[in-house]
Write a protein that binds this ligand. Sequence first.
Ligand code: BG6
Length: 492
Amino acid sequence: MTLPKDFLWGGATAANQYEGGYLSGGKGLAITDTITGGDGIKGIPRYITVKLADGTKTKLARGFDSEVPDGAVAYVDEDLYYPSHVATDFYHHYKEDIALMAEMGFNAFRMSINWTRIFPNGDDAEPNEEGLAFYDQVFDECQKHHIEPVVTMNHFDCPLNLAVKYGGWTNRKVIDLFAKYVETIVTRYKDKVHYWMTFNEINFVRDYSNLGITASKSNPQRQAQAIYHVLLGSAKAVKLVHKLAPDAKVGMMIAYILQYPYSCNPDDVEAQMEFSRDFRDFYLDVQCRGKYPNYKLKELERQGIVLKKQPGDDQLLADGVVDYIGFSYYNSMVIAAHPEGEKTGGNQMGGVKNPYLKTSEWGWPIDPKGLRITLNRLWDKYQKPLMIVENGLGAEDKVEENGEINDDYRIDYLRAHIEQMKKAVEYDGVDLMGYTPWGCIDLVSAGTGEMKKRYGFVYVDMDDKGHGSLNRSKKKSFYWYKKVIASNGEDL
Ligand code: BG6
């Protein structure tokens, strides 16, 4: 038994972490361009630099449900370092990078289009031709190497102007502005792109950096409304792809993060069920079934939240059901009804420590079997084709004196996950379209803004302060992954 012959093998990136050229070619500022670098090991958070309503300049920790004062406007402080500005400069290295991907045997490359390259302010009357031309060149390069682009329409970036002028996704107008952007890119690239995804990790939209900076937890009504708008935006995008590029497939993208109950105590199982629904399943349910699930409607009712709807919204959600589910899988976590006094689990989301699993240097539990469980759960529940669009180990790499980078730890992580992925396909019969591990060419970490947390098969000479030649070199995992792809996953 083997993986399907047309299985998509590749790697994944995102514009705000990889592209750089933050003001080149007419690009406008995105909120992500106002977020500083942090340090995950030393516990230094990333900050969003803002001016408060009275003009005072300050830094606010970026993160889940952060509190952002009304009237705060993000800005770029000339004296600070922002890792998205140069990132690892795909903007000027795309030919070299795509050639390296081709050398590994990629037939798929997941990347995102930067909204602010196409509409620099988000609400411009006309798109920016230079930005459109840039992605034409990227897709042509992919085509030259027989690589299918898998394109995320929105990966953690929102034009800064939309946050300032409209309050980001809290404002319904942004749905139409997003739809205009989607219509522009799908029309332009319909002959070059056959796989689309709407919002990256849509269950992280609560993070204000994605929504516009006014949707924090301080106002649950406003936050719920913003999430509703994002879901409508995704549904519009799905409809546009179906209309403008009927042969293309359009998916959703979720951060899966498998949750286990701490014990067989029904209290723990119940706590886990509620956590999973709120954090993840709600977004899957809406995008795969075309309506808000009852548990969410009841929750909104209990909280006294009334979504402001317009006629046609329900039909739009129903028509916006996705063709496939893309998801990221890095780790699992443990949910306890009474976590007090327990050690924390140390992944992006906290939780309780899992004593059965080892962790990465950044404290993320390593759980390959969780990937098989995840694939089965998603397939059993939704019966939609799946794509693993992110997976991988963030680790610090050492360049030896002879230039070698012996990242055996990364190979071990990926091998163990691919084994489980194959088991889900070959043993369980899950319908899996492809595998694009994260950060195939080193790029900036989203969570910490560091360069030293690397995922790639290709090393990029760049440090946490933005110093480095940006030269590319192949790691040991480069040769290993090449062999894996050449054997369609048989030679691990
Ligand atoms: C996912 C994101 O959350 O995980 C990526 O879609 C991100 O943008 C990746 O880079 C890994 O997380 P981190 O924080 O290690 O970069």
